[in-house]
Design a protein around this ligand. Structure first.
Ligand code: SAH
Ligand code: SF4
Ligand code: F3S
Length: 435
């Protein structure tokens, strides 16, 4: 009899890639992918807890499976990822959703096969949450689902302890994969026909394998073949001239874009956030980057409503956004995470204030993104075709700067680099004709 799995993923790119590893494990156990929990023999929730709403979202969806599970007792439900890795959260989940069969932490993903086998032989819920990160596991073979794009972990964990952030608590200390293993993985992905490789780490600039991150990036850029390289995320405090030089040296391979989360434009808030740079340091790094690679697109993450953020602090953020001119930005309202330093800080900002601030910030960011899109009209850009949009009847893909482009074609162009002449631009995406 055929068995099916369904995976629900929340959170960052790292989690998306980990879901591919979960899919790899499940397919080794004989399960096949299906699109809905109704058909599935096992449903896995790969959760995120970076903000309260990410957590609530997962809680809501797990709750919705209660009925289905009561009809289909043989169906397995597993909850993994960052949410249960938080202090006391696994017990909490177990109490709230006693019908969940398996609860596993971020350090236990590679054990999932054993956990499923264990659960199939007993009634009791299987809970495995290791507090400490173990050795890096190299055995998981991801079942990749995003051709022509592929993600490659270069490091795990984070040592930065930004005062608002839960990641260091749920992902453990920084550890880097071996440079040779990474290079080997990229080489075989390119040989298999993948066209865009994204190197993943919470802070790629503190990568320490046999090589440093710039050295690793250079070795990867030297791999033959037509493909693109991206990497995320760079922490501004560690973003170096050496890295800029490697980016500038291989513009055909390394995308001329950089995600450099600034979080705030206020030096006082940056200090309270434990970011270890000032707005002037940040602007200087962007200046160095643009001096070496003038076309380079810079994107960022911004938080409003951090404890103690005044109108003046917020104005400093707006000022910095105007100065840099981000190609796009992810904007967040600060969310209090139990166990972090910021959760204990006085002066939590009232919700209405944060809401007003985020509206103003989003407007500014969007107006910049729109203005930048307009400059594309009449230009030819190279798009890596990633898929087909059924609704619009158009193929889509992104240029090296990360901008989405839509175009018509009779031929299936997925996985191909396509030149399009841009004839339309809205806020975030472009339309054009194949030339
Ligand atoms: N390691 C990466 C990404 C971390 S999470 C980095 O340092 O850039 C992605 C983003 O989520 C962060 O950049 C930050 O802007 C946001 N974030 C993290 N914790 C948050 C919190 N408690 N409330 C609101 N946003 C948060
Ligand atoms: Fe969180 Fe800061 Fe680490 Fe990024 S660098 S994951 S924001 S603690
Ligand atoms: Fe979320 Fe964990 Fe990523 S908390 S953002 S899934 S590292």
């Amino acid at each position: 009899m055929e068995k099916f799995y369904h995976i629900v993923t929340y959170g960052c790119q790292m989690n998306v890639h980990e879901s591919e590893k979960i899919a790899g494990i499940l397919s080794e156990l004989g399960y096949k992918h299906c699109d809905s929990p109704e058909q599935a023999d096992i449903v896995v929730f790969n959760t995120c807890c970076i903000r309260e709403n990410a957590e609530n979202h997962a809680f809501g969806n797990i709750g919705m499976l209660k009925k289905l599970k009561s009809r289909r007792k043989d169906m397995l439900i597993a909850v993994g990822g960052c949410l249960p890795q938080q202090l006391n959260k696994a017990e909490n989940l177990h109490e709230k959703f006693p019908y969940v069969d398996i609860i596993f932490g971020t350090h236990n993903l590679h054990n999932l096969k054993e956990l499923i086998k264990l659960k199939l032989g007993r009634k009791k819920t299987v809970i495995q949450i290791d507090e400490r990160e173990g050795e890096i596991c190299e055995d998981d073979k991801p079942l990749r689902t995003s051709y022509p794009n592929a993600w490659v972990n270069i490091m795990y964990g984070c040592n930065n302890f930004c005062s608002y952030c839960i990641v260091p608590y749920v992902r453990g200390r920084e550890r880097s994969r071996s440079s040779e293993k990474i290079i080997e993985e990229v080489r075989s992905l390119v040989a298999e026909g993948y066209k865009e490789i994204t190197l993943l780490g919470q802070n790629v600039n503190s990568y320490r394998g046999e090589l440093t991150f710039p050295q690793l990036l250079e070795r990867i850029a030297l791999i033959e073949g037509k493909f693109r390289i991206r990497f995320m995320t760079s922490h501004p405090k560690d973003f170096s001239l050496e890295l800029i030089e490697v980016m500038a040296k291989y513009p055909k391979k390394i995308c001329r874009c950089l995600h450099l989360p600034v979080q705030s434009g206020s030096d006082r808030i940056l200090r309270e956030m434990n970011r270890r740079y000032t707005s002037a340091d940040y602007l200087e790094k962007v200046r160095m980057l643009k001096a070496a690679i003038p076309e380079c697109a810079v994107t960022t993450d911004l938080i409003v409503g951090f404890p103690g953020e005044t109108d003046g602090d917020f104005k400093d953020t707006l000022k910095l956004v105007k100065k840099v001119g981000f190609a796009s930005a992810f904007t967040f309202v600060y969310s209090k995470r139990a166990g972090t330093r910021a959760a204990e800080m006085p002066d939590q900002v009232p919700e209405e204030v944060s809401k007003a601030r985020i509206i103003e910030l989003v407007e500014l960011v969007n107006s910049q993104t729109r203005a930048m899109s307009q400059t594309y009209i009449g230009k030819t850009v190279e798009i890596l075709c990633e898929g087909y949009d059924e609704k619009r009847g158009l193929y889509l893909g992104r240029d090296e700067f990360g901008r989405m482009g839509y175009f018509a074609s009779d031929e299936n162009l997925v996985g191909k680099f396509v030149d399009i002449l841009v004839d339309g631009a809205n806020g975030v995406s472009l339309t054009g004709k194949v030339v």
